[in-house]
Design a protein around this ligand. Sequence first.
Ligand code: HEM
Length: 206
Amino acid sequence: MTKMIQRYPARTRLNHWAVALMFVCAGLSGLSIFHPALFFLSNLFGGGPWTRILHPFFGVLMVAGFLGLFFKMWRDNLWRDGDGAWVRHSPYLLKGDEVDMPPVGKYNAGQKLLFWVSGLCLVMLLVTGIAFWQPWFADFFPVPVRRVAVLLHATSAVALIMSIFVHIYAAIWVKGSIHAMVRGSVSVEWARRHHLLWFLEIDGKK
Ligand code: HEM
């Protein structure tokens, strides 16, 4: 039988999928009010006015949920010796040759970069979104500030959507990762192959 080890407890998985759900809701509702060609998406949220009302709340819930992940994971995402080497070797990994990849801890440098980029995008989305959130906060900000905020909001949204596409692609590509976030566990082989230093740390503790 395959020996499994725990990677994520239930509360972290619940937290993660709640953020993912809010990402989908905030993303689809945001796109529907971003361009007329995508307005049909507002049917998912009860029509135009409801989409407009709900979108900022989806966003705030996504940021609040991400904070939960952030406080749990930021330490494991700090840049360490070896991460630069991992980035330099990553073109080989993309070609399917992982033999010379430096060993990594709980997260590899690619995951770490995505973690910080998504966090930064979420902060930008929150701050800029508040600046033109009608009818609550927009009146506190002068019109030119609101205009710049709209531009930065859309830019951060595109950056976040692209980052999450990469995140999902990597999650599917590295077989066994989805199992980690759905069931909480990974096989010993998966841990040794993809996160050797993390595996050794856990094995050492045992
Ligand atoms: C919507 C579809 C999504 C899928 C299929 C997905 C899948 C996964 C999987 C499989 C992992 C485990 C990776 C590992 O342990 O090595 C993971 C981790 C993680 N996910 Fe997601 N995720 C999604 C959305 C999101 C969103 C929207 C965010 C945040 C905005 C997010 C943030 C994270 C973080 C911070 C981790 C831990 C660190 C990492 O692996 O990068 N995920 N996700």
